[in-house]
Design a protein around this ligand. Structure first.
Ligand code: CP3
Length: 346
């Protein structure tokens, strides 16, 4: 059966504009919190295919989104490369021992061997595909090498990225070694997700905006292009969504080459600008400011405005970043319903 989300990613005409939300499987859903409590903690949940499958399907059943996104986290990759990971309540992810020296980089497991350790992810995908309705798509994902490297080098989330940037400006070869090693693992990781059954893949470069514009290509974009070339070379039918957060300045210059199908537009970038500069090359995904979800009225205004700009063509509705944990479920449902309503009217 045709999957409207996959068709939309490939730029085909669809009966309405599909919608999903970044971070749609998460703490704003009481049903998610119940399964997470059973699992004990977040990483246990990622490691348990039956439970990860259950929470992946929740937003499809509860909200009626057109695509499910695999429940996991971008940081399971460095974890399997040998970095001990913990999620500390209130603080987010923490790596016990950050990677900052040549010896520490050399000690990381690389290539297919590291990707092979993520068996619980591939098993989760197989379970989801058994249960997901035929007309819904499953999105697999990875963090961009740069975004992953920020956590690996800093050891946790950061406001200044000062340790990464010290490496960027004083030992760039070492940073490139880390980025290249992560890139190799990610190529195999996405490939194995595809072989397990995902229909589409998304690359999250959540911390793109931390890099100054003249360095972004060298330290982030070119690695994502390398990953996309590898995947497209072997699986040309699998759409790739690129989500680099906070790079309106590049879009302005029309600079965004690469073998991607869909460009995820963050909420700080005007959709009309993205359309003008990118829509001949990419289908555009996005880009409602996630905090509009606190108001149903503001949600409707934004959905209608996005529909006016995109006209139901080469567009996928989404937020411009992840949904926050204190959004009422009924408001999230309102967003999904409104996207379907306005795009069915066209
Ligand atoms: O989108 C989905 O619903 C699928 C699952 C998913 C999660 N994380 C689950 C998660 C996805 C695609 C991610 C990606 C991710 N993880 C990103 C990129 C996307 C983005 O939002 O920019 C990043 C930067 C991470 C790293 C990460 N994971 C952080 C910083 C945190 C702590 C902050 C937070 O949101 O709690 C996590 C934890 C995390 N990942 C949770 C979930 C549902 C919360 C864990 C919990 O239940 O306590």
């Amino acid at each position: 059966m045709a999957k409207i989300f996959v068709d939309a990613c490939l730029g085909k005409e669809t009966p309405y504009t599909p919608v999903w939300m970044m971070r749609q499987a998460g703490r704003y859903l009481p049903e998610y919190k119940a399964v997470r409590a059973q699992a004990g903690n977040f990483l246990n949940l990622c490691h348990d295919p039956a439970k990860a499958c259950e929470v992946t399907l929740q937003p499809v059943d509860i909200l009626g989104v057109d695509a499910a996104i695999l429940f996991s986290d971008i940081l399971v990759v460095p974890n399997e490369m040998g970095m001990k990971l913990d999620f500390v309540a209130g603080e987010g992810p923490v790596f016990e021992k950050p990677v900052r020296t040549q010896e520490e980089v050399d000690a990381l497991m690389g290539g297919e061997a590291a990707a092979d350790k993520l068996t619980y992810v591939y098993e989760t995908i197989r379970l989801i595909k058994e249960q997901l309705a035929d007309d819904k798509a499953l999105i697999g994902f990875t963090g961009a090498p740069w975004t992953l490297a920020t956590y690996m080098i800093e050891g946790q989330g950061t406001k200044t990225y000062n340790i990464c940037k010290k490496m960027m400006y004083s030992a760039p070869e070492l940073l490139h070694e880390i980025l290249q090693k992560v890139t190799e693992v990610v190529k195999y990781y996405l490939e194995k997700q595809i072989l397990s059954g995902v229909d589409v893949v998304q690359i999250f470069d959540s911390w793109a905006a931390a890099i100054e514009p003249s360095k972004y290509d060298e330290f982030s974009w070119k690695y994502m292009v390398e990953i996309a070339d590898y995947i497209k070379g072997k699986y040309p039918h699998i759409p790739i969504i690129m989500f680099p957060k906070g790079i309106a300045a590049f879009i302005e210059r029309g600079w965004v080459y690469g073998n991607f199908d869909v460009f995820g537009v963050d909420w700080g970038t005007p959709m009309a600008l993205a359309k003008e500069k990118l829509s001949d090359r990419y289908v555009l995904q996005g880009n409602m400011e996630p905090c509009r979800l606190y108001s149903k009225e503001q949600t409707t205004i934004c959905v209608e405005a996005l529909q006016d700009i995109m006209g139901g063509k080469r567009h996928i509705f989404n937020l411009g970043h992840g949904i926050l944990p204190d959004v009422p479920v009924e408001n999230a449902k309102h967003f999904i319903d409104e996207c379907h309503r306005v795009s069915k009217q066209k």
